[in-house]
Ligand binder design. Structure first.
Ligand code: SF4
Length: 459
């Protein structure tokens, strides 16, 4: 049963705590820099023996100017030559990574993120495209996406991206209101977003996502309502609408924002509620967490047929891909092993100069980690856990094994967020707003309270 607005707001207030976003389980805070080199080498050697589908992530860290809300790993510079140097090192890294994969492993997914991937010039992008196509077996139906800053892209960038096979783009918009843009130090006139969207489509990059953020300075429900109407007029296929997380102690750029300009908690929640109501009215289905997609989009279909996945880039339609991240700070995610590259550019370069993979932190997953990962990902992607299916997959009795967790879910059942049925745990429609809270019940590390860090709000 749907809740009315007041009831939902009350629940949001009750359940808003800080918690992980579960783009992985265990989360990146569990990675350690005191790891066993021999174990890492063995895992990568084993990977090189198997033909497994791959997802490649390339982190391009440079940006021309600082957006004050930013929490990404980036370097602000206007020196384009730094792109050439960075590509020299990516080339070294690709050669080292090649030794850790089977040469026939098909690359089914590629993503360029940052920073600003189009900090690279069209010629530099072409060089990166050649490195990828000569270094890996790129599948003919690869899903190839790029993050685009509409303020920093020319038609030649788009041509270069399309030539190397790019077929998806995610545009950073955040908000179309000028006062908000000034307050966050990101001036992006709407016509720029419109022109770039049209250019992407003209050159065949037709699957378009827009990123928006609510909770920024100078925003209100009415300004954000207008933002949504503005961007929907450009007819994107997907939206990611994030709640702004103010964590200035971890993200120093955020100290530049004027805290007096932030919307109140009530106003921020109203923006969230309005988004959840408004986007479906405009034809976008709520996928989960912060994601919306048109009914005919692959994400909506994956949600419907139970094949939705979650990884470090958010929701995805590809199952069981070994994700390999290249570039400083990139996080790789395999079945048994997660690892993160060095975040400091000079040290990232130095490790590659020494002929070493620039891996800084590692997490080797235990059997318990993998079991809880299965559960948490089912909560995030399928909103249900069928106990017979769980037993068929794992040979284990869910109700017996997780009796404590089921007990902990009872207050959420009383609030109408979950149903604890005889044969399954089911997350209700109102409960889909609280996926992170429900997943947290199964997070062993939160119980142990290891590596306490500041997470963003769960709702
Ligand atoms: S928000 Fe994007 S463009 Fe702005 S500083 Fe961060 S990474 Fe760069």
């Amino acid at each position: 049963m749907m809740k009315n607005k007041i009831e939902t707001l009350e629940l949001i207030k009750k359940y808003t705590v800080s918690g992980p976003r579960y783009t992985s389980y265990p989360t990146a805070v569990q990675f350690t820099d005191s790891f066993d080199d021999a174990l890492l080498k063995r895992s990568l050697d084993e990977r090189s023996q198997k033909i497994i589908p791959l997802s490649l992530y390339f982190h391009i860290p440079f940006c021309f100017s600082l957006c004050w809300y930013c929490g990404c790993t980036k370097i602000i510079t206007r020196d384009k030559n730094r792109g050439d140097v960075y590509l020299d090192y990516l080339e070294k890294e690709i050669k080292l990574v090649q030794k850790t994969i089977h040469q026939k492993s098909p690359v089914k997914q590629i993503h360029f993120g940052g920073g600003t991937p189009t900090f690279l010039t069209p010629v530099q992008l072409q060089r990166l495209g050649k490195l990828i196509h000569s270094g890996f077996s790129v599948h003919e139906n690869v899903e190839f996406s790029v993050e685009i800053d509409p303020r920093r892209v020319e038609e030649d960038h788009i041509k270069a991206l399309r030539e190397m096979g790019c077929n998806r783009a995610s545009l950073g918009v955040q908000d179309t209101n000028e006062a908000v843009q000034e307050a966050i130090h990101r001036i992006q006139p709407f016509h720029q977003t419109k022109t770039v969207t049209e250019l992407l489509r003209k050159h065949g990059i037709k699957d378009i996502n827009f990123d928006l953020i609510y909770g920024l300075p100078k925003q209100s429900s009415s300004t954000f309502y207008k933002t949504i109407d503005d961007v929907v007029s450009l007819n994107p296929d997907r939206f990611a609408v994030y709640s702004y997380a103010h964590l200035p102690s971890m993200m120093p750029a955020q100290k530049l924002l004027n805290e007096n300009d932030f919307p109140s908690t009530h106003e921020k929640l109203s923006m969230m509620m309005m988004t959840i109501e408004r986007l479906p009215e405009l034809g976008y289905e709520f996928i989960g967490m912060d994601h919306f997609a048109k009914k005919e989009d692959e994400l909506s279909r994956a949600l419907e047929n139970g094949t939705l996945q979650r990884n470090f880039q958010g929701y995805s339609t590809h199952a069981k891909l070994e994700m390999i991240a290249l570039g400083m700070s990139g996080i790789s995610q395999g079945d048994n092993l997660y690892y993160q590259n060095e975040k400091d550019l000079a040290r990232y370069y130095a490790m590659l100069d020494d002929g070493k993979l620039p891996i800084k932190k590692v997490l080797s997953l235990s059997a318990e980690d993998k079991l809880r990962r299965t559960i948490i990902m089912q909560i995030m992607c399928k909103a249900t856990i069928n106990y017979d299916d769980f037993a068929a997959e794992t040979g284990l009795n869910f109700k017996e094994l997780f009796s404590d967790e089921l007990e902990m879910l009872k207050p959420m059942e009383a609030d109408g967020l979950v149903l604890l049925l005889k044969d399954r745990l089911f997350i209700t429609n109102p409960g889909r707003l609280f996926l992170r809270n429900i997943a947290m019940v199964f997070d062993e590390y939160l119980k142990k309270k290891t590596n306490r860090v500041s997470y963003s709000s769960t709702v």
